[in-house]
Design a protein around this ligand. Sequence first.
Ligand SMILES: Nc1ncnc2c1ncn2[C@@H]1O[C@H](COP(=O)(O)OP(=O)(O)O)[C@@H](O)[C@H]1O
Ligand SMILES: [Mg+2]
Length: 369
Amino acid sequence: MSCEKRYLLGRRDGGEDGVLYVGRYLALDGSQGAGVYLDVLKPHAALICGKRGYGKSYTMGVIIEEFARLPLAIRKNFCVIVVDTMGVFACMKGWEGIRVFAPPAHRREGALPLEIPSCSLSFYDYCELLGIEPLSEHGADLMGAMDNGPFEVEGLVKRVKPGSTLSGLLRMVASWGLFSGSATFDALLKPGSISILDLSGYGHEPRIRSAIVASLARALYDIRVEARRAENGKREKPLVWLLIDEAHMFMDGDTRAGRVLTNEWLRQGRQPGLSLVLATQRPSALGKEVLSQADVIVCHRLTLRDDLEALESARPTYVKEPIQEAMARLGAGRGAAIVVDDTTESCHVIKIRPRESEHGGGEPVVYLD
Ligand SMILES: Nc1ncnc2c1ncn2[C@@H]1O[C@H](COP(=O)(O)OP(=O)(O)O)[C@@H](O)[C@H]1O
Ligand SMILES: [Mg+2]
């Protein structure tokens, strides 16, 4: 790597440590040139976008592989947590020590149990999860039951009117075994660890997924803010890289998860050392704030007008070429992307490097007999 020309995204001065190799510069004639690397020594907010099937999850997989390959001296500063909504990263289990966690109700062989500490759910989280209005009769009953909390869901069941709708809803939540008073996020915060959270079992349950991500993101934020204050040359709690595939599932509209990711992670995450990598096929659904807060944007092929316009309106002045014109240079092949990097104020067309571990996101083939 030393003599080779290279592009380093997210870092102005050089240095060879703490970089992820993501791909190669793609020339107009389709030939590949200098290597393209991403800095991880500083916190970043990266957005990977592109239409379905053009390489978002694949690119996220490359980033995960590169984290797994970092030398331990650097890697132990971080923990990497991947929110896997479609179950496409679960097949990386065991690769370079990568662990997979899944909720008890949907745990496949070899996955570790993912339990959410009940104390990390607020009154408003419960309202969103149960689909009740905070300022309603049910809301008032729940608030009364949570007085002097936090309570385990089972405890709340006992404190609301027996036989009521609210009691039924709380019983249902308790039956999932997802929230537990004794659970902690400690396993995910192991220095140097890479944890895939397989939430694919909740494919039809946006509220449950949102509750998991909201409580996790908030807890990690609080832990890092607290740890940052106490840090004095020694790191008790690792810096966090949170990777979320299909991020529009959490950030489209006003959800608890979307709010914590935008307000705490994107706006204030750098200081406590929180990095976010979001992948989405609908950048327009994430809102202007997300596009403007991202310091690295990797954009695979996009064709929907709304999405192109969202990116175009967020185009920084140093990118001279309109996004749609730059997009034409990607061709129809998969894995090519435009990369806009705020730190070096530059824009490149790159080809993401081939994966080494299995990619679980491909389309199924039709068997002919
Ligand atoms: N950088 C790449 N190199 C080679 N093939 C790729 C690359 N990116 C994507 N592909 C191919 O495209 C398919 C779809 O990519 P995927 O990342 O799953 O799409 P999506 O954008 O929907 O997440 C993959 O299964 C793979 O075959
Ligand atoms: Mg995908």
